[in-house]
Design a protein around this ligand. Sequence first.
Ligand code: BDR
Ligand code: CA
Length: 317
Amino acid sequence: MRDRRLTVPCVLDCDPGHDDAVAILLAAALPELDLRAITTVAGNGTLERTSENALRVATLARLDVPIAAGAAAPLSRELVTSPDIHGRTALDGPALPAPDRPLDPRPAVDLLADVLLAADEPVAVIATGPLTNVALLLRRGPEVRGRIREIVLMGGSTGPGNVTPAAEFNIYVDPEAADEVFAGGIPLRMAGLNLTHQALATDAVRARMRALGTELGRIADEWLDFFAGTYRSRFGLDGPPVHDPCAVAWLAHPDIVSSTRAFVAIERDGRFTRGATVVDLHDRLGREPNADVGLELDVERFWDLVIGALGPQEKGV
Ligand code: BDR
Ligand code: CA
């Protein structure tokens, strides 16, 4: 049994998605985290797809936490999905077990608020999809907000984007939500593309997954095989960046990422810059910093954690 006093209580809001799926497995396995709920948002696929995928991944991992579906569309825009990267189902690749449970009947934001209010200490929110649910959670008001320990999110970039030259996908999909979250006054860590592009699933990394001889290792390798193909054809990258687990690893092991405090503005609109994160690394704007911006990842330790999460599991069982 885990010692709950030594773990960080957390919830994971995600849009699985290959890298979200690995993030779920990592959050479930790390003894430093006490994962209390998973919520889904439309992003890599429709809400129906991302919710189904979250249920299947939790079933695969024998992970017993409530899973609830949230926003089917951004706060005020049409949904943009990512079939070119994640495929038709948003999690194309190996066959996964059918879900062994239904979704929690509560809307995601209700489940998140219930978890926060019931916890005996503030709870961290890990966000690896568009920030729609998180923005709606913050709108619940001071009682709920006061129960959030911090937000650790995968999104944005200090440099180029991926969905457009200026914008990273999660922020691009719902820039209004991202703006509310970054302006929300809650401690926030940003694992952007500049950081997550250090977490490349190279052939050597994937060979370690296969060598585990576990079902999780095999399936993660096959997910990354699909992901590698789309990243190769779209970006010419050999190993795909496994973005979302970086946020999970950073929460569990704060020293795995070096970061700097900075003011981050979200470009809601712009002829070519919708969803850009304007990261004021050199304090040119004189604004109060609102985020810890991840800069450098301890890549070796990161992969050790991920590979460990795919091996035989002890936590919580
Ligand atoms: C982010 O967008 C999605 O495609 C991934 O799951 C990740 O969260 C990377 O830009
Ligand atoms: Ca994601």
